[in-house]
Write a protein that binds this ligand. Sequence first.
Ligand SMILES: C[S@@+](CC[C@H](N)C(=O)[O-])C[C@H]1O[C@@H](n2cnc3c(N)ncnc32)[C@H](O)[C@@H]1O
Length: 412
Amino acid sequence: MAEHAEYPAYPVGLRLSGRRVVVIGGGQVAQRRLPALIAAGADIVLISPSATPSVEAMAKADEIRWERRRYAEGDLADAWYALIASSDPDANTTASAEAERNRVWCVRSDDAEAATAWTPATGRSAGVTVAVLTGQDPRRSAAVRDAIVEALGDGSLAAPYFRTHEDSPRVALVGGGPGDPDLITVRGRRLLAEADVVIADRLGPRDLLDELPPHVEVIDAAKIPYGRFMAQEAINNALIEHAKAGKAVVRLKGGDPYVFGRGMEEAQALAAEGIPCTVVPGISSSISVPSAAGIPVTHRGVAHEFTVVSGHVAPDDPRSLVDWAALARLRGTLVILMGVDKIGAIARALVAHGKSAETPVAVIQEGTTAAQRRVDATLATVAERVEAEDVRPPAVIVIGDVVTITPEQAAE
Ligand SMILES: C[S@@+](CC[C@H](N)C(=O)[O-])C[C@H]1O[C@@H](n2cnc3c(N)ncnc32)[C@H](O)[C@@H]1O
């Protein structure tokens, strides 16, 4: 009310689930406000002769009940809360007088001073609802809201959990992307910012570890001093031990946790101890590293498929699960991970099974990082080129005609 305008609004979180909310007017204001009311589980009645197509769709989906008529005295009788936003100022005034008489908190789109409640600029991120009121300046409220939501989202503003809640997974297997710290997901970065313990791989966005506060324990999985198998067991044990100690644990992995990442083995080890974990997908190097080096893994008219293969064992190794003869017959792109050491044997196997020795090959080392470099070859020359250029892991090898496509080539 005008005479109270010098007082700040009293903030409160309304729990509207199952409670009647009456919305008068089905225009743009209703369209903007209704989704949050629906999300709050309110029992919404819209009173309006017309509605925007989006509002109409909400009625068709039974998210709101729409009475196609003008406001009439008595419409607010059962309401806990009202949004008055019709294009008829007289109806708005009468409805807001009814709200005042019935002690129904009411928002008015046409006259903030006459309203008994104001809608804050709201947003949600990291399980936190942000609501901002700045008096009569909605754009300022929205700017503050955006800044907070963005900071919560990217983890630059931490929202640590102090009570265990089902929303707060204690262990997260986070795909960190190929290495560039900007290529981790928003969710991954947020969980990293909330972690007490981070167990990090050699690959992935290691620069982000520098940003962690001093109390965070960082365990370098690459330095665990056992053989391959024991190292994995030691990682599993560390995950279990810290989770049982009530810590928020992030297992930060390169690329995606489930692409040659042993992520499922870790999830299984945790499950065996009854510890739930959340998996945050990551941008796999198998696609992002070629992309960062200018290679599309598919291209219209050139490749309709791409196949991602592990090259960590040679084609003639009895442990190999890869059908190299079948791969040699494919027209599409082959993407090989962990294949630098075995590229000679792999190239020979593909040619022996019928792939042209002139098939283009690109080897991209340390993709998306400052040290990224690309070596081009063919199946006939790749082993020699890798040796001559001293290419080292980590590298992604791309085999196929997509390797020679450039942005300068005219599209057909
Ligand atoms: C154990 S696999 C893990 C793959 C990871 N989970 C992913 O989705 O990208 C490791 C291999 O991924 C590839 N790789 C990962 N990051 C890379 C990068 N930044 N540049 C080049 N290759 C990379 C290399 O082939 C490396 O040997």
